[in-house]
Design a protein around this ligand. Structure first.
Ligand SMILES: C[S@@+](CC[C@H](N)C(=O)[O-])C[C@H]1O[C@@H](n2cnc3c(N)ncnc32)[C@H](O)[C@@H]1O
Length: 272
């Protein structure tokens, strides 16, 4: 029997399924199905398996902007919004920014909308993510971290921002059901203590940032403290740990003030 298209009944079904924001989700599913009862039925069945809501509805709101989300692509989280807003603040009107591990391109999209005259590029290793980011109007390239970017960005980028994978491998099974069952470990797995990719970003960023440019990374727990020595050694100044309203560590912001030659080997570049 098809599911009810009454919001309250639908919300009760979702609530019984363990979804905390059941009423809001019921509203989103109803709006996406647009009166098509069979479609709504398939949407609800998918959601009850734990499939991410945004994969079903095809979009999510990030910093108040509607972002297209394709199935298989990481769904941007509200916790990343302050990082995106801070990256925007650090980006001059005609500056240049790199969004690493862009996923749907949500952060790059916010930068592009906020600074239409700026050059904003993004990378991701996942083809589906790159296609999704492109569908959100982002100049996105497939490749590992900085590898797809041309040398013209070296030494003149104002902002490097990234929500890179930073969950310690052993903690992956502790992620919430939607994440663990559906999303790829590629989006989360930061190696043994979660800092493997973060450390690579710290090392490779000085090749691209101008002196005074900003590095903004999402991270958690003790990771900012663990990375302090690396930050100092690599020439970052004014390192600030970003915390949320509950005081939980959510990211770090640092300004590049070191030698522009740090981490800048000459090598060939090509767009992926
Ligand atoms: C946690 S998601 C963040 C996505 C996006 N920044 C956001 O906040 O919505 C991490 C993304 O990093 C990508 N990724 C993982 N390893 C990568 C690497 N070495 N280089 C580029 N992208 C990578 C994954 O495919 C995934 O899309």
């Amino acid at each position: 029997m098809p599911v009810s298209s009454h919001r309250e009944t639908l919300a009760a079904l979702l609530s019984d399924g363990g979804f905390l924001a059941a009423d809001e989700e019921a509203g989103e599913l109803l709006a996406s199905a647009a009166g098509d009862v069979e479609l709504l039925d398939s949407f609800v069945r998918r959601r009850l398996t734990g499939e991410p809501l945004a994969w079903i509805t095809g979009s999510v709101s990030f910093c108040g902007i509607e972002i297209h989300i394709a199935p298989g692509v990481y769904v941007p989280r509200p916790q990343s919004e302050p990082l995106a807003r801070r990256a925007l603040e650090r980006l001059p009107a005609t500056g240049a920014a790199i969004d690493l591990c862009t996923g749907s391109g949500a952060i790059a999209r916010i930068l592009t909308l906020g600074r239409p005259e700026a050059r904003v590029v993004a990378s991701d290793v996942d083809d589906r993510a790159v296609a999704c980011a492109a569908s959100n109007g982002v100049e996105a390239y497939r490749g590992d971290l900085f590898s797809p970017f041309l040398p013209d960005l070296e030494g003149r980028t104002d902002v490097v921002v990234g929500v890179v994978p930073y969950v310690p491998t052993a903690e992956l099974p502790l992620l919430q059901r939607d994440t663990f069952a559906f999303e790829s470990a590629l989006a989360y797995d930061g190696g043994q203590d979660g800092t493997e990719i973060l450390r690579r970003v710290l090392t490779e960023t000085p090749r691209f940032l101008r002196r005074g440019g900003a590095l903004l990374l999402e991270l958690g727990g003790q990771q900012a403290a663990v990375l302090r020595d690396d930050l100092e050694r690599l020439g970052y100044l004014d390192v600030t740990v970003l915390a949320d309203e509950e005081g939980d560590v959510r990211g770090l912001e640092a300004t590049f003030g070191g030698s522009p030659s740090v981490g800048r080997p000459h090598r060939a570049h090509a767009h992926a």
